[in-house]
Design a protein. Sequence first.
Length: 107
Amino acid sequence: MNDLLNMSNPPTAVFVCNDMMAIGAIRAINRVGLKVPDDISIIGFDNIPIAEVITPALTTIAQPINAIAQQAMALLLRRMEGDTSEYPSRITLVPELIVRDSCRAYS
């Protein structure tokens, strides 16, 4: 994040690979005197519980944890029951965008 903030033309938005790193990005932004979301919007990934109580509350992408677990268990049970048919190489599940206070509309 420091490298991004030191650019001559820093970004107006950053998508961070997980919520804990996004919280660190917010701290780095605050340290240099910029404001989230006024100067830089931040989006995290995971929707950890603290994401909604920090200031500003973190916009994040929530993984469908229950659906992931259900799909994994279904595949495991099939295999344990002796099913030798070909399993899907990819299962696509839909995440959810949870909009909170760390993002603003681009203008």
